[in-house]
Design a binder for this molecule. Structure first.
Ligand code: PBG
Length: 334
């Protein structure tokens, strides 16, 4: 049955928009700090906060500084952080061996943050790109990204990350079969409680540029990631990837990038019954910052509006570089 609203003037939709309290009372969605996963870039050293040029306001932090930031994130109510390492060039090779070094930077950071800030969740990317001299998420042989050999490396990487204390593993590599392999490896090694948030609908996007600068992967990358990341033209394929990853044991799924793929978010969130997150990626952040710094848009209003859009589309939460900033200001009217 469909409900017909009364004709004008009996129906005046503006009645429900006339005051702030009324608008708040009838609003359908809201954002709050629980919705945010805050990505952080980690570097070697102490007392380092190294600005990332293409992401103004975001810094690479040494582990001691990252602990402070994680503590702050917890204090403003953010449930989880995602750590990404800046890997020195001399540690990269074509076998990506640093990925499965139990004492690599991101694993040390995980242990240190877990010990200092036990109540915040830690998510780590399972993908080889920070460690690969070829810059790709998978192992490259004669210019080709080799799926099954990459799976063996991802399995080893996931296990050292689990050992380090990661709570959420985020396979972001887009190899076929990775969720099943990682889930089985976790089960076999007594890591039943580690959750997997699959980067399932990860598109081959030019919005990742600033991120690749941030982790030092831009220079290394030869070619593009089109043989494993999704074609931006495709929507049905994204649904297939989501279904596949859930069937292989993912607890949660993700759509990435965010705003340009809101249709995918909405389509997925309507149908699935596991939590679905969106990643508002580095290029989206950079665009908002660039315009805000020029005074062309109002930063806080635009950020809030962009994050609200994900909730309206049905997302459970958002990975966003604005997580801490938004959590700080959410209490005060913007
Ligand atoms: C690496 C990875 C990327 C991002 C998260 N994990 C980049 C890529 O796939 O090239 C992008 C995040 C961002 O742009 O903010 N597998």
């Amino acid at each position: 049955m469909t409900y017909q609203s009364a004709p004008f003037p009996m129906s005046r939709p503006r009645r429900l928009r006339q005051t702030d309290w009324m608008r708040r009372m009838v609003s359908e969605t809201m954002i709050n700090p629980d919705d945010f996963i805050y990505p952080m870039f980690i570097c070697e050293g102490t007392k380092i906060s190294d600005p990332i040029q293409s992401m103004p306001g975001v810094n690479r932090l040494s582990i001691d500084m990252a602990i402070e930031m994680a503590n702050h994130a917890a204090n403003v109510g953010i449930p989880a952080i995602a750590l990404f390492p800046y890997t020195e060039k001399n540690l990269k090779n074509s076998e990506c061996t640093e990925a499965f070094n139990p004492n690599n930077l991101v694993n040390r950071a995980t242990k240190a943050i877990k010990a200092a800030v036990p109540d915040i969740g830690i998510m780590l990317d399972v993908a080889l790109d920070p460690y690969n001299s070829d810059g790709h998420d998978g192992i490259v042989r004669n210019g080709e990204i080799i799926n099954d050999e990459t799976l063996l490396a991802l399995e080893k990487q996931a296990l050292v990350q689990a050992e380090a204390g990661a709570n959420i593993l985020g396979p972001s590599d887009m190899m076929d079969g990775r969720i099943g392999i990682i889930r089985q490896a976790l089960e076999n090694n007594d890591f039943q409680n580690i959750t997997i948030m699959a980067y399932s609908a990860k598109f081959s996007s030019s919005f990742y540029g600033p991120f690749r600068d941030a982790v030092g992967a831009s220079g290394a990358l030869k070619g593009d990631k089109k043989t494993y990341q999704l074609d931006p033209a495709n929507s049905n394929e994204a649904i297939r990837m989501i279904e596949r990853d859930i069937s292989e044991g993912a607890d949660m799924v993700m759509v990435k990038p965010g705003i340009p793929y809101l249709d995918i978010c909405q389509r997925i969130c309507k149908d699935i019954n596991v939590p679905c997150f969106a990643y508002q990626v580095s290029g989206e952040y950079a665009m908002i910052e660039a315009a805000a710094q020029n005074g062309w848009i109002d930063r806080n209003q635009v950020v809030a509006e962009s994050l609200l859009a994900f909730k309206r589309a049905g997302c459970t939460g958002i990975l966003t570089y604005y997580g801490i900033h938004m959590a700080e200001i959410l209490d005060s009217p913007i």
